[in-house]
Write a protein that binds this ligand. Structure first.
Ligand code: HH2
Length: 304
């Protein structure tokens, strides 16, 4: 476990301009999309997190060995994951960048094996070269915490490959993002900035239907921002795209739940995940797949 998990928030953040231009939030609520990335969205979907890294905030070093990662991925798929999100670079606050070559050396053998087993894989990266190599290795989805803004080659690549993509909200980069956690109305600002990201993606030739959005819990967000975003998540439905949410083990759960160890945040993660589903999340990005699937099954049985 890395001690500098997502609790490392800057106590005196400075204002930052939002990125992107040209987006706007549709004032008329759109009906929620029913299909994305080959998945019907008639029930909540689960994206299992598989970090092939030495330094991820909650599972660093757990899956660094490729065989261990593959076995863990197969187990998550058996437990009911609809997607496995494979990443080779930690994006926790203050994380040092990983070179694309190192990132690819970590993820490609794992993606090849899991894709060959018929599992739907997303590649969690901000580097176009890694996206391309991962898609060639069998990944089906690109998940970029920078919403395709980090690497100028990323949006044209995703457009050319025609693959589904997750556009996540962040300001700055993992090294600087906590200094950018300054908002007047976090939900309106995140919605507007995501609208700009969608508009930029469409200008690059990415089909609107290929896009899912993510408020980026813990990324340039203090705990009260994460809480506000989840409370007002339905406001993001006006963007008309499926909403993916990653609350699993994140720092706001540690703050509110009084648990400094990310690996011991499962109860809070499940509570937040179920709340996010009630608020309109279509896909949950989680570390604990079996536990989340069980919680969702009970939730659905009781809600039916
Ligand atoms: N969170 C993390 C990484 N990628 N992608 C999306 N779309 N949404 C998220 O909330 C999200 C994400 C951070 O979690 P983790 O991968 O467990 O940690 P690390 O970045 O330290 O590897």
């Amino acid at each position: 476990m890395n001690p500098t998990d997502l609790t490392g928030l800057d106590p005196s953040p400075q204002p930052s301009p939002s990125r992107g231009e040209g987006g706007s939030v549709d004032p008329v609520p759109a009906s929620p999309p029913t299909f994305w990335a080959g998945l019907t969205l008639d029930r909540p979907r689960v994206m299992g997190v598989l970090n092939v890294t030495p330094d991820s905030f909650s599972d660093g070093n757990v899956h660094l060995d490729p065989d261990t990662a593959i076995q863990a991925g197969l187990a998550m798929a058996r437990a009911g994951a609809d997607i496995l999100d494979v990443g080779g670079e930690s994006t926790r606050p203050g994380a040092a960048p990983t070179s694309p070559a190192e990132e690819q050396a970590r993820v490609l053998p794992v993606i090849r094996a899991l894709a060959a087993a018929g599992i739907r894989i997303s590649i969690d990266t901000r580097n176009a070269a890694t996206m391309e190599a991962a898609l060639d290795a069998g990944a089906a989805i690109v998940n970029d915490v920078t919403a395709l803004t980090h690497d100028p080659a990323a949006a044209p690549l995703v457009a050319a490959r025609g693959c589904p993509v997750v556009l996540m909200h962040m300001r700055g980069d993992p090294a600087t993002m906590n200094a950018h956690a300054v908002y007047t109305d976090v939900v309106r600002e995140v919605a507007n900035e995501l609208a700009s990201c969608i508009a930029a993606a469409e200008r690059a030739g990415i089909a609107r239907d290929a896009i899912a959005i993510d408020p980026g819990i813990g990324f340039a967000k203090l705990a009260p921002h994460s809480v506000e975003l989840l409370r007002r998540l339905p406001e993001l439905e006006t963007l008309g795209r499926p909403i993916l949410v990653g609350v699993s083990r994140k720092s706001f759960i540690g703050r509110i739940g009084g648990e400094p160890d990310p690996k011991r945040r499962l109860p809070g993660s499940l509570a937040a995940a179920l709340f996010a589903v009630r608020q309109g999340a279509a896909i949950l990005r989680v570390h604990d797949v079996a536990e989340t699937v069980q919680a969702l099954r009970i939730w659905q049985a009781l809600s039916a």
